[in-house]
Design a binder for this molecule. Structure first.
Ligand code: SF4
Length: 507
């Protein structure tokens, strides 16, 4: 008899519930079945062995028995204390408090990108600059977070247009931290087209990490990111400053493996046609991380979607080709990481979780990250700020001078976001094989369907996360000589330089 259970055809649907541990399962290519556990452990079996496992017929002599028992997929002899300890370690960020603090120094920007998520304003709108007084409240509130690690990320608009606030947050933050004794990081997400030598030297001298937007070769970058009110190409400016900073790091005796400009890429329709050129450009510039991300439904993109947008199937076809190209380059000795894959692989291949605020359960909105708008309005995430700029004020938590970190974490909106993103309570996510590695963004659901919870398995984000995880498991399963796993493990290694900037948005 054959019955259907989930995506698997069970030819012998006998289940000995006393023999198996608590696990989820999903279907890979070639009739292979991936078993996953809430601790992040996983194991791939062929269909006959999977059915033997379910029926309680996989005995101690079976070559997979010891591994399945150790990972918690078999009940008889399971070490529940070890499993519980692994689960605690996987979720240890729960209760740590917000570590990522996004500071919108200004909305002013000298570019007018076709997909701008940040709802930029023109350069004469000085009323959208953050004041030093507001910046002081931001630092005071951020340092109240119970997290021992605090990352300030400067975003905009173009954040360097309000360099005074960047300098103030860095200097006042370090001064105040003499008493708080946390680990502090400062990162700047900049379009590199408003940079001056004076500002560059200050950023270098003050160890502010740099991340720029680079969408690919000149014809792609300049098409995506036109420069307003000025002749010349934004691409040339980005190239000039990447070269400048990377040269200066070397002159300062910094290890270029650890100190270099990181880059963010936003995938538009134009990128889909030129993905190989984009990756080859990143390699030629010595950039070690390319993050292949689909467009988000926030900001100006809603008006330009017909020109720059695509559907998730098109994105995922591009992603698979690009991922395999990046793996091949790594096999030839190139060091290039794909960012989304790296987040999933840290969950799949290591006992820890990278605490990436957008892909965790519950989401880190207000509990892992906080965004401070130029006027002091606090949001649980930079996305909340973007949606607010589109006219929906539901996600404004209050003003920074009136909220403590505790008020933010306990805010009803933050609690709502946590409930709406808890995979264990979401229909279909709760039984999905990918849940140990996945995460839901309620604001994304809201923008796509007008509902925080959404019909999750029908959403493009679900398809994206499911497909990326499946691709990674299939590449690991087909890896007969271990070369792919070695590359993937390298992608999971933490860098000794403090945590690199998280891409809470684009600039
Ligand atoms: S969002 Fe989709 S892939 Fe992620 S856990 Fe839910 S059902 Fe699974």
């Amino acid at each position: 008899m054959t019955v259907r259970k989930g995506t698997i055809q069970l030819r012998h649907p006998r289940l000995d519930a006393d023999a198996v541990g608590p696990f989820r399962f999903g279907h890979l290519a070639n009739e292979r079945v991936v078993l996953t556990h809430d601790t992040g452990e996983w194991h791939v079996l062929d269909q006959p062995d999977f059915e033997r496992l379910l029926a309680g017929e996989l005995d101690a002599e079976h070559p997979q028995h010891a591994a399945l028992l150790d990972k918690g997929f078999l009940r008889d002899g399971m070490d529940a204390e070890t499993i519980a300890a692994r689960f605690r370690r996987k979720k240890r960020w729960l209760g740590m408090g917000p570590h990522l603090h996004v500071v919108i120094t200004t909305l002013r920007c000298n570019q007018s990108c076709k997909y701008c998520h940040a709802s930029r304003t023109d350069m004469d709108r000085v009323d959208t600059d953050m004041s030093l007084e507001t910046a002081k409240h931001v630092v005071d509130t951020a340092l109240q977070s119970p997290s021992p690690y605090i990352a300030f990320e400067f975003q905009g608009g173009e954040p360097t247009v309000n360099m005074d606030v960047i300098k103030f947050v860095v200097e006042y933050g370090r001064e105040k931290n003499r008493y708080e004794k946390k680990t502090l990081d400062f990162s700047l997400v900049t379009n590199m087209t408003y940079m001056t030598e004076e500002n560059a030297e200050w950023l270098l001298a003050n160890d502010v990490l740099l991340c720029t937007s680079l969408d690919g070769p000149k014809h792609v970058h300049d098409w995506n990111r036109p420069w307003t009110g000025k002749s010349g190409a934004a691409y040339d400016s980005v190239m000039k400053w990447i070269e400048y900073f990377n040269r200066r790091y070397v002159e300062m005796g910094r290890d270029p493996e650890l100190w270099h400009v990181d880059a963010l890429m936003t995938t538009t329709r134009k990128t889909l046609d030129h993905w190989r050129e984009v990756i080859d450009l990143y390699v030629s510039l010595g950039i070690r991380n390319v993050h292949l991300r689909p467009l988000n439904p926030f900001g100006f993109i809603m008006k330009t979607w017909r020109v720059v947008g695509y559907d998730m199937d098109e994105f995922l076809a591009f992603y698979e080709e690009a991922l395999d190209h990046i793996i091949e380059l790594n096999q030839q000795g190139v060091q290039l990481i794909e960012g989304t894959a790296a987040v999933f692989l840290k969950k799949i291949l290591t006992p820890d979780d990278p605490n990436f605020v957008d892909i965790r359960s519950p989401i880190g909105a207000g509990t892992g990250q906080v965004a401070y708008n130029y006027d002091g309005t606090v949001f649980p995430s930079d996305e909340g700020r973007m949606v607010d700029a589109m006219g929906n004020g539901l996600w404004a938590l209050g003003k920074v001078d009136q909220l403590s970190a505790d008020d933010i974490i306990r805010h009803p909106t933050v609690k709502t976001m946590a409930v709406a993103s808890l995979l264990d309570s979401l229909p279909q996510c709760s039984t999905c094989w990918n849940a140990p590695y996945c995460g839901v963004r309620p604001l994304h659901n809201f923008m796509m369907g007008g509902d925080l919870f959404g019909q999750r398995p029908n959403t493009p984000k679900c398809k994206q996360h499911m497909t990326i995880a499946r691709l990674l498991f299939e590449r690991l399963d087909a890896d007969t000589d271990g070369s792919v796993e070695r590359i993937f493990r390298r992608w999971t290694m933490e860098r000794p330089r403090e945590t690199p900037p998280q891409d809470a948005g684009t600039n």
